[in-house]
Design a protein around this ligand. Structure first.
Ligand code: FAD
Length: 317
């Protein structure tokens, strides 16, 4: 099978999601290598290093600087048609969520969004994904000639080989000449982006108001963790929307997830129940989150969190 993989780079850097998508695509290709499409400013050396995960060729559209859905869709459309690719793989990250459905519709390809395993080709082309907030699996068969898949970040561990991909700079900017989005800007932060974070400190409505997030930030700082929040907190505007985790937010799989003043509703758990270790701090011993926790602290966050900060600081000193 001829496989194309689309990846996003962030501020000139290749993200873990990209390695996963390339490795996954190469597995579908039976190890024969994939063509990767990307855009932006990543260095040619970094792009060539995608060869370690199965890329044989990387085509980069330097003129596309932002998540310009129309330009990127055109780029993918032209490459799928010219290269005769059977399968296109994306990460189920913000770029993949924006671009894959539009490109699939244009190319009349069937799309499974959020796959968690390799397709089963023993009888058709069947892709496994989570449904009902991670409580069940669906096995979806793609019947169209062209098959598009986006994979859920952190559901496939890439193995690093030692090969170098050929990098080709594609000169056209794929301007559609019609309506053109100006891209999406991201909030800048020096912490790991949530989908990649190994340590996450998250808080919910139990914190009472945005003025109380100082202690959450402090705990995140001392642990060098990324901050997250429940959906209502982002909806009310206490925290930015890009921190919202859960069914309708970002799905994360850190090594450690600390949930402070979050009840543990099923829609929240859907985005965090892949975490290796979950620590819950809640003053209600009946809070549902305790059922999903590896460690639980029943107590007032306003007493517990400052003590944890002190203890971690002392441990580091
Ligand atoms: P609450 O439910 O109000 O819980 C606050 C918790 O803080 C309580 O357990 C309380 O005991 C505790 N608390 C209070 N005071 C303290 C204190 N001093 N110290 C310690 N603990 C304290 N939610 C998400 O998070 N992510 C999603 O993606 C998401 N998607 C949704 C999609 C749909 C279609 C729907 C219907 C809902 C969705 N929700 C989502 C909302 C979800 O159902 C819950 O309403 C939400 O997760 C609750 O947020 P919370 O835990 O911060 O607030």
């Amino acid at each position: 099978m001829s496989v194309l993989v689309f990846v996003e780079t962030l501020e000139g850097k290749i993200q873990k999601n990209a390695y996963e998508a390339v490795f996954y695509g190469n597995k579908i290709a039976g190890g024969s290598g994939v063509t990767v499409l990307t855009f932006g400013d990543a260095s040619n050396d970094d792009l060539a290093a995608l060869g370690n995960y199965g890329a044989t060729k990387v085509k980069v559209a330097r003129a596309i600087k932002t998540l310009d859905t129309l330009a990127l869709t055109k780029f993918i459309e032209e490459e799928v048609n010219a290269g005769g690719h059977d399968v296109a793989v994306f990460s189920f990250d913000p770029a993949g969520k924006m671009v894959a459905p539009v490109a699939a519709a244009k190319l009349k390809a069937g799309l499974v969004a959020g796959a968690i395993d390799l397709p089963d080709t023993s009888d058709g082309f069947v892709v496994k994904k989570n449904v009902f907030s991670g409580k069940a699996f669906a096995f979806q068969q793609i019947h169209t000639d062209k098959k598009f898949i986006s994979i859920l970040p952190n559901s496939f561990k890439p193995e690093k080989g030692s090969a170098t991909a050929e990098v080709e700079e594609v000169s056209t900017d794929f301007n559609s000449g019609k309506v053109r989005s100006k891209g999406v800007s991201r909030a800048s932060t020096d912490r790991a982006p949530l989908p990649e974070a190994e340590l996450v400190v998250s808080a919910g409505r139990g914190l009472k108001g945005p003025e109380n997030w100082g202690m959450v930030e402090e705990l995140a700082d001392v642990l060098e963790a990324t901050t997250a929040c429940s959906r209502p907190v982002a909806d009310i505007g206490w925290r930015p929307h890009h921190e919202h985790v859960g069914q309708t937010g970002i799905a994360i799989r850190p090594n450690l997830y600390i949930a402070i003043g979050i009840s543990g509703a099923i829609q929240h758990l859907a985005g965090v129940n892949g975490s290796k270790v979950i620590v819950v701090i809640n003053n209600d011993p009946e809070a549902p989150f305790f059922k999903a926790a590896d460690y639980g602290i029943v107590g007032d966050a306003f007493e517990v969190v400052p003590k944890l900060v002190e203890a971690f600081k002392a441990h580091k000193a």
